[in-house]
Design a binder for this molecule. Structure first.
Ligand code: NAD
Length: 359
């Protein structure tokens, strides 16, 4: 039996253990260039060349060099595009589905749970003015009313109502954020047109429409997938609905927020602050208007989910899941964690029971 070809377009396993797993199973590996993950530029032709004849593509997020239809079409043998991470917005999923190729991802708790924790850390950093207090003391200063923080929860003792948190996107991460914050006794409202009332009820989140969420929340946090519908979901008209005292946290995808509009709103004092882990273009470009806004922004290098022992870096959960998905597909089995479920029938007709691995 001819060996299977696997193109690792963006490696993440520094230990190489997952690569050895694939090789032991009989795969020939081709590893893409590390630089593809970050630069501006068009690497499609080079990637097409390397993807030729591949049975599987696997890798981490590669936003500036997405897995396009043309790349997938360069191999009629291609069965699966497998991500070590949750987001698949760097893959042309619709084309994959049309072509009968499965897209798998790795929604591990070490990833989505970490995003929820990191979101809360970023939110507290803003609300409790931690950076400003730290700067003040390091500069030789001490207490100052300008460093006063926000109390989050409601208080029985004096009737303080607490703040309102608005969650946009009630999926894995949005739900975990609400669960973690529930004991803090804040009012939590949410917007997500695609989940049922039962989800809102189970997580004690009051369902509202987007304009109401934006107009009443003290903290707005984004947990939607990036789709044509959610691109620029938060642009100038939406920012204008927010309270001038409110803060915005985005750990979902940069494209969900219009960054120029956000920078303008922050500069004009129409919004108090923002904390961002994700950007329309990554790494954040030197000329981005988000730089130079001082303490009005917390900027994080898309690392909110990165924790010791997490899913990437070695044979962590995410790398293992993605590698197992590739091996299953190469054995002619439908892998776990298929993102484009609607592609499964066509895929089964093409590949079910047809192994390209001897093991
Ligand atoms: P999920 O699929 O479980 O949840 C996404 C939710 O968004 C769904 O409930 C869906 O109904 C909702 N949604 C879709 N369109 C919407 C719209 N127009 N308005 C409101 N809600 C809408 O995904 P998840 O695992 O919770 O991940 C959420 C986001 O976090 C994704 O964008 C993902 O890529 C991102 N993420 C970021 C990092 C990071 O490192 N910063 C890590 C993991 C995930």
């Amino acid at each position: 039996m001819a060996s299977a070809k696997v193109f690792i377009f963006a490696a993440a396993d520094a230990t190489g253990e997952s690569h050895r797993m694939l090789e032991r199973a009989g795969c020939d590996l081709l590893i893409g260039k590390a630089g593809w993950e970050t630069p501006r530029g068009d690497n499609e032709e080079e990637m097409r060349g390397m993807a030729q004849g591949a049975h599987a593509l696997i890798g981490t997020s590669i936003r500036s060099s997405p897995i396009t239809r043309r790349i997938m079409m360069s191999s009629p043998e291609l069965r699966v595009v497998s991500k070590y991470t949750i987001g698949v917005d760097d893959i042309d999923v619709d084309s994959a589905t049309e072509l009968g190729i499965l897209v798998t991802h790795a929604p591990t708790e070490s990833n989505w749970g970490a995003v929820a924790e990191g979101t809360i850390a970023m939110m507290l950093m803003l609300l409790k003015r931690l950076r400003q207090r730290d700067e003040q003391v390091k500069a030789g200063g001490w207490r100052d009313p300008a460093l006063t923080g926000t109390y989050l929860g409601s208080r029985a003792s004096d009737g303080y109502p607490g703040i309102t948190l608005g969650i946009i996107g009630m999926g894995r991460i949005g739900r975990r954020v609400s669960n973690l914050l529930r004991p803090w006794n804040l009012r939590i409202i949410g917007y997500d047109p695609y989940v049922g009332d039962d989800v809102f009820a189970a997580h004690n989140v009051t369902r509202v429409e987007l304009p109401a969420l934006l107009g009443t929340s003290d903290v707005v946090t984004l947990h939607v997938v990036l789709t044509p519908e959610t691109r620029n979901l938060i642009a100038a008209p939406q920012l204008a609905l927010m309270k001038p005292s409110a803060v915005l946290v985005n750990t979902s995808r940069g494209g969900v927020v219009d960054e120029d509009a956000l920078a303008a709103a922050l500069r004009a004092g129409k919004l108090d602050a923002a904390a961002l882990d994700v950007f329309a273009e990554e790494p954040l470009q030197p000329e981005s208007p988000l730089r130079g806004l001082g303490n009005r922004v917390v900027l994080s290098p898309h690392m909110v989910a990165a924790n010791a022992g997490g899913g990437l870096g070695g044979l962590g959960e995410g790398v293992r899941w993605a590698t197992e998905s590739v091996l299953a597909a190469l054995r002619g089995q439908v892998p776990d964690h298929v993102y484009n479920q609607e592609a499964i029938l066509q895929w089964q007709e093409r590949f079910l029971g047809r192994a390209v691995l001897s093991g």
